[in-house]
Design a protein around this ligand. Sequence first.
Ligand code: BTN
Length: 327
Amino acid sequence: MDRKLDELLYALMQNMMITISGEKLARDLNVSHSTLARWIEKLREAGVEIRGELFTGYRLARLPDVLLPQLVRPRLRTTMIGRVLYHFYSVDSTNAFAARLFAHGHKIAEGAVIIAESQTSGRGRLGRSWHSEREAGLYFSTVLFPKAPPSLAPLFTLAAAVAMHNASEHYTGLDIDIKWPNDLLVEGKKFCGILSEIQAEVDLVKNMVIGIGVNVNHETLPPDIADRATSLRIASGRIQSRVEILLEFFEEFENIYMEFERRGPSSIIEQWTSFSSFATGRRIEIHDGVRKITGVTRGLNALGALRIEQKSGQLEEVYSGDVVSWE
Ligand code: BTN
């Protein structure tokens, strides 16, 4: 949590066009000159363009696209999701940070969100990594304490996919698809992935961390994934606002989560099914870690497993895996 750097950046942003004296900044933030100079360097390392030095004063060269809690908080339309925000300029992985908070016994509020401008070891599903370029994407994790058994946990990941589907579609106007279980696609390429991790007893989830990565403003993707990955900017041809998409996601996700508490799993399953072209009648091949299963999709069961009708007519319910090819 880079709270001090956030305070400094917020002070600079409030004086956007003018040079603000180092003396005054240090006084307002109640720190020594050398600490201020160190923090300015840290912000510069994080990509914030700051002109000047301690004795001439400091000025922002351009408005930085940083998800400052000071700017996000007043605009929240939720009562739970995002009410507590941990913000990093750089962290190994927002999911790993959440896990460390739990491991060290910290009290964390439900709906707390850990957000990073960049990740040095962003984690993907099935042991993969997640490309986490600075300022280009959204990289965040939401903490939940669902009153549900572990068998229902995958439903909350589907719910997050529905919420990000709605947020990114409403905001960009693009046509977004959900590939089972929780990849978001635009023009057939992936721009968002979700990694959920739980700690559970046999019949109760103790905590759940839903980590979401969205390629928002990437201009290009690394060559090894460029054939199957894209960004909202590439698909729409214009820069998109990370903060607007984030705020809309918080609202959508809170609504779906609360509806689950009232109505149970059916609302999540219904919404996922209506937004995914993979739900029914799609010929796909899945790897479930052990086997390859080929067949035509026949909807989700009540726990979110994908039903696949194989050539033999046999119906298989797949609980986890990766859709590796589809028609
Ligand atoms: C996938 O493989 O599709 C899931 C990618 C999930 C990436 C996000 S970025 C924020 C959060 N922190 C991580 O280390 N991973 C998730």
